[in-house]
Design a protein around this ligand. Sequence first.
Ligand code: DGY
Length: 324
Amino acid sequence: MKPSIILYKALPDDLLQRLQDHFNVTRVENLKPETVQQHAEVFASAQGLLGSSETVDSALLEKMPALRATSTISVGYDNFDVDALNARKILLMHTPTVLTETVADTMMALVLSSARRVVEVAERVKAGEWKSGIGADWFGIDVHHKTMGIIGMGRIGLALAQRAHFGFGMPILYNARRHHAEAEERFQARYCDLDTLLKESDFVCLVLPLTEETHHLIGKKQFELMKKSAIFINAGRGPVVDEAALIEALQSGEIHAAGLDVFEKEPVAVDSPLLSLPNVVALPHIGSATHETRYNMAACAVDNLIDALNGKVEKNCVNPQILR
Ligand code: DGY
């Protein structure tokens, strides 16, 4: 008999078929307690779980005594209680490679649109304000040859550095847990401590996962260290930044502008000051959201679950050590 799994995200037809070839699939809309209650028997017998953007905590795991593997359609897994998974020896699979280039593109889009005020001036054109030659109140600031500071030199940081260095002639500073030989060789990236990076960068680009260590890593003190002309970009996770401090820094002119794909709470509240500040470009967490990449992430997650339930965890596994 095929193992049972719960799917909590829509999949393209061909990927759903691939999943159904291997498993008995029950599709649910979400992992909320009422949904779990409604499908209690299926949750109780499911060996696999596949989807994204829902919380997987110990309360849910209690309802899933047969669970052996979870597969998230994302690189980030801060919505999973990894300790609780480890304690139960449940594998956690994710999609770390397929979205790298797309997220780096999104970050570059944030860099360009915040520096050149693309969204703001395009709205002014649509509002009929372009009536004669434009003056300095339409100008932005240059991107090319400015210094980019990257906090978090993982795969995405590297892909961003490549774009900035080769495409825009930007010197690269970076801060990470360790030196990154490839970044230093290919892009002459200079490793520096966080304070130095904040002081010297024209663009401060954050691409860190959310962990206990990174929570509110960037707050009032860090914004004060940045140049008044600095543009702050966040495409990692919202809670890495103290959002109240960010708002204060933008309102007081402590920093020049921000380009944000992620927020402390998502969706961001409609009355958040971030949405009324002209010097903010706010995106709805679209880092990896292209048709091609979201398909590739879903395909990767399907293969990951098939692999995990067959005990194959050579790649894309967050906690392979639990099998040892
Ligand atoms: C991820 O995969 O974690 C990204 O945030 C999605 O864009």
